[in-house]
Design a binder for this molecule. Structure first.
Ligand code: IDP
Ligand code: MG
Length: 144
């Protein structure tokens, strides 16, 4: 199967609790190759663009407040079936409903402060990767 790319974002609640390393360790152990990575403190307007699909949801203003409350770590991840596999590794949106062993079950605090984002479709993966990264920032080195 051809490799696929997805966008992961370690959210401010997890960055603040010094969980970047633990979460990246789980991602790499699950067979994802990191093709790009950066820490970014999003401005409100940028966050509104990133989450524009949710602009009519009742939780939108709170989501923008939260996601701009500190830096996030954005990653371009690659593996077979990357979008679905990352969503499986993340677990359900609500950590209380996430399966044991998933990132959100282990590290999520609430349905909002749930430690990690992952793209939900090929279209959104492409849009979200381009939101954070230029072509020159994504490295397609071969594995040794
Ligand atoms: P997802 O991150 O699992 O794809 P979405 O429904 O796309 O979940 O929601 C995007 C983000 O908005 C969630 O990860 C979470 O941070 C926040 N969120 C979703 N639903 C709620 C809610 O009911 N209350 C507060 N925040 C929410
Ligand atoms: Mg989503």
């Amino acid at each position: 199967m051809p490799k696929e790319r997805t966008l992961a974002m370690i959210k401010p609640d997890a960055v603040r609790r010094q969980l970047i390393g633990a979460i990246i360790q789980q991602i790499e152990s699950a067979g994802f190759t990191i093709r790009a990575m950066k820490m970014v403190w999003l401005r409100p307007q940028e966050a509104q663009t990133f989450y524009s699909v949710h602009r009519n949801k009742p939780f939108f203003d709170s989501l923008i407040q939260y996601i701009t409350s500190g830096p996030v770590v954005a990653l371009v991840l690659e593996r077979e079936n990357a979008i679905t596999e990352l969503r499986n590794l993340m677990g359900a949106t609500n950590p209380a409903e996430a399966q044991p062993g998933t990132i959100r079950h282990q590290y999520g605090l609430s349905i909002e402060q749930n430690a990690i984002h992952g793209s939900d479709s090929p279209e959104n993966a492409q849009r979200e990767i381009a939101f954070f990264f230029g072509e020159r920032e994504i490295y397609t080195y071969e594995q040794p």
